[in-house]
Write a protein that binds this ligand. Structure first.
Ligand SMILES: NC(=O)c1ccc[n+]([C@@H]2O[C@H](COP(=O)([O-])OP(=O)(O)OC[C@H]3O[C@@H](n4cnc5c(N)ncnc54)[C@H](O)[C@@H]3O)[C@@H](O)[C@H]2O)c1
Length: 346
């Protein structure tokens, strides 16, 4: 099989991470990269052969014959670059948050669908073995009917006063805790529990940031009676790495899940899953699926290999589609609108 030609736009933290992860995939070749920083561009030119470096992504999209593109720029650029790539028939992996508005997300999803392209969003938790296990257990009713959940995400992204000059410090460019970290936590809820029918009680507050929120909380309601709460804090110095947690209380037990561990309490034995009555613990080291190249967590490799596999075999199920990305965007917008009502213009 001829190798797929992959391009990357935006060679910052995620672009470089993805490049290192995808590089060893035997089915692809990274042929082009676009990055406005002259320093980064010149380093790529110096150290990577067979790679064309562009400072202008328009030129790269037009000149290169790419099979797939990884879009790793600040989020406000995802829509316009994404649309150009789609019109050229290029399969797209777009980092989270998918876009900066629900409307843009829907437009991208519809255009990609129209062109029958693979569109994947970088909600990496969907590829974490612990959350995948939780999904399987929930689907099989291990904790019975879900009644309540509590989801939390913490990181130490902004731990000192921020002047708001960078893209993470502006809502318009996709910054702020809700877009950056909240999107991961919301997508995890959408994936494990479902998309909420109503949002209420949303509050945003600033700690260090001049223009954006640093802490987000909200309540989610479902027409089937499930109720849940969300709490996200991106200025918590007690977390070295971003950390997602979800606690799910059901009629037959309770589950506490993070990227590394799943604790489950059951009212009765489930021998089909080798789970005892009472407390059980499953560690990531017990169940992880190996990956050929590890950076930041197996899930980062799995999500990109999934993208490549889906380009090669269109019959595969895409587990993080543009439609999924749009659903998360809708919840983000609803939280922001609800917070505005609760707090006035913050
Ligand atoms: N999945 C995750 O865990 C995770 C983690 C961090 C960031 N992200 C997401 O990845 C994306 C990028 O974040 P990052 O941390 O890599 O940011 P970053 O600031 O480190 O990198 C962004 C890069 O895009 C480049 N860029 C800006 N304008 C450009 C243009 N017109 N053309 C080409 N390149 C351009 C910048 O020069 C920079 O190198 C964001 O959407 C972010 O939310 C995801």
């Amino acid at each position: 099989m001829e190798k797929l030609k992959i391009g990357i736009i935006g060679a910052g933290r995620m672009g470089i991470t993805h490049m290192s992860i995808l590089g060893p995939n035997p089915n692809i070749k990274i042929t082009a990269i676009s990055e406005p920083s002259k320093l980064i561009g010149s380093l790529f030119e110096k150290y990577f052969s067979g790679l064309t470096v562009y400072s202008d992504y328009n030129e790269m999209i037009q000149k290169e014959e790419l099979d797939g593109l990884l879009l790793c720029t600040p989020p406000n650029l995802h829509k316009s670059i994404g649309l150009q790539a789609i019109e050229k028939g290029i399969n797209l992996f777009v980092e989270k948050p998918f876009t900066t508005s629900y409307k843009d997300a829907i437009e991208l999803a519809e255009r990609a669908e129209c062109k029958r392209l693979v569109g994947q969003v970088g909600y990496v938790n969907r590829f974490n073995d612990m959350f995948l296990k939780a999904k399987e257990l929930l689907k099989n009713g291990i904790v019975g009917e879900v009644i309540r959940f509590k989801t939390e995400m913490f990181s130490s992204t902004i731990c000192k006063p921020d002047d708001g000059e960078g893209w993470r410090g502006k809502i318009e460019s996709g910054g702020g805790c809700l877009f950056e970290m909240g999107s991961h936590a919301i997508d995890l809820v959408n994936y494990l529990i479902g998309i909420p029918d109503k949002i209420s009680g949303s509050l945003l507050n600033k700690v260090y940031s001049k223009n954006v929120e640093d802490i987000v909380s909200s309540s989610f309601y479902y027409n089937n009676g499930i109720v849940g709460t969300l709490f996200v804090n991106w200025c918590d110095p007690t977390y070295r790495k971003p950390s997602n947690k979800i606690e799910i209380f059901g009629s037959e037990g309770k589950m506490l899940v993070s990227q590394h561990e799943l604790k489950i309490f059951l009212k009765s034995l489930r021998s089909d899953y080798k789970l005892s009555k009472g407390w059980n613990t499953i560690y990531i080291t017990d169940i992880f699926n190996n990956v050929p190249f590890y950076v930041r967590g197996n899930e980062f490799t799995s999500q990109l290999f999934h993208f490549v596999d889906n380009i090669i075999d269109r019959s595969k199920t895409n587990i993080c589609t543009f439609a999924d990305g749009a659903n998360t965007q809708r919840v983000i917008e609803e939280i922001r609108a609800d917070a505005k009502i609760n707090m006035g213009s913050n």
